[in-house]
Design a protein around this ligand. Structure first.
Ligand code: F6P
Length: 358
């Protein structure tokens, strides 16, 4: 009897999605040969809702290890709207269950971040056989030490900081590199340390502009007439930390800012006299080929998921814990996230190096 495995990628793309898909497929074909069929679902849950899928051929999984993005396409389909019936009158949960049946799937693999895992858990609770795989450059999925995509993004962000150093030095400027991460500061923390930033600001640690400027002035007193700031897009200052998100956004809009970086640049110029510039690598951090680290991780995760399929272990998501690939219950992971905790070893490293953390 043939086994039918569905696979989809949901949420923001990142390097390593194709490498993971390849790991799953090659390991499945290796173990089951022609007894397995893989169904590729287009554009994440949107494709599952609208029945946009196709039977994939083994050759489609070749040559994709190094390719960025996702061969399946992806889309953000917010979890909070899954049970909301919109203008199109489509009951999304019902449609996903119906299409799962129509495709005659034995199980469905959902590659994605926190939102994807919430919907994966919902589908599992609705009785579908689901296996999750943790992707995101934010590295903020609960229960895993690392997600694929993260280290590739650290490499890219680090290169951005490396390249900024020369202009900062030549012009005696403060250069602010705004990195992705709305709630989690992992990417900024790792790239900041790897790139030798002088000031690292992450959403988990609200900053004060006085501390930031004091760090810049202290460097100047030591004869260092430039500073590099690695700043997560989601940071806020100590005053904003006391506000609700809506209130914070309204205040920012009033001031003419979306993220805090341009405001910080202006304040640095006013308070220290240094010229300041902002550099936003943006989606470049999610683009291109996965790093060797991520190719290995994606292959570890993908082949482990294939084993879960073979053993018919469902309602789980693949994770790395203490260098071992394990499976966590989806219900234990969904709705949680993993932020940089106070006391984390990497924060200690930064502080011991004398970096300003806000
Ligand atoms: O969740 C990954 C992420 O890259 C965040 O770090 C970033 O804030 C967001 O996606 C950007 O999303 P979009 O691609 O929808 O602009």
């Amino acid at each position: 009897m043939k086994i039918r495995v569905g696979i989809l990628t949901s949420g923001g793309d990142c390097p390593g999605l194709n490498a993971t898909i390849r790991g799953v497929a090659k390991a499945l074909y290796q173990r089951m040969g022609t007894d397995v069929e893989i169904i590729g679902i287009s554009n994440g849950y949107d494709g599952l809702i609208h029945g946009d899928w196709r039977l994939m051929q083994p050759h489609e999984f070749s040559g994709i290890l190094t390719v960025g993005g996702t061969i399946l396409g992806t889309k953000r389909t917010p979890f909070k709207l899954m049970r909301v019936i919109g203008d199109d009158d489509v009951d999304k949960v019902d449609a996903m269950k119906r299409n799962y049946k129509e495709m005659k799937l034995d199980c469905l693999l959902c590659l994605g971040g926190n939102g994807t895992h919430k919907t994966a858990n919902l589908l599992s609770e609705e009785g579908l056989n689901i296996i999750g795989l943790p992707k995101t450059i934010d590295n903020d999925i609960y229960g895993t030490d690392v997600t694929f995509g993260f280290h590739s993004a650290v490499d890219i962000a680090t290169e951005a900081i490396d390249r900024i150093h020369t202009t900062a030095g030549s012009h005696s400027r403060c250069m602010i590199v705004e990195l992705m991460g709305n709630k989690a500061g992992w990417l900024t923390l790792y790239a900041g340390i790897a790139g030798g930033a002088d000031i690292i600001l992450i959403p988990e640690l609200p900053y004060t502009i006085e501390n930031v400027c004091a760090a810049i002035e202290k460097r100047a007193e030591q004869g260092k007439h430039f500073s590099i700031l690695a700043v997560a897009e989601g940071i806020y200052d100590a005053e904003e930390a006391r506000m609700k998100r809506k209130e914070r956004m309204a205040r920012r809009a009033e001031q003419g800012y979306t993220t805090a970086t341009n405001r910080i640049a202006k304040q640095i110029e006013e308070m220290t006299g240094f010229e300041a510039r902002v550099c936003v690598p943006g989606h470049m951090q999610r683009g291109g080929s996965p790093s060797p680290y991520d190719r290995v991780l994606a292959t570890q995760f993908g082949t482990y998921a294939a084993k879960m399929v073979e053993d018919q272990v469902y309602g789980v998501t693949v994770a790395m814990q203490n260098n071992h690939v394990v499976a966590n219950r989806l219900s234990d992971v969904a709705g949680k996230s993993r932020l940089v905790p106070e006391g984390h070893g990497m924060l200690e490293v930064a502080r011991r190096m004398g970096l300003c953390m806000g």
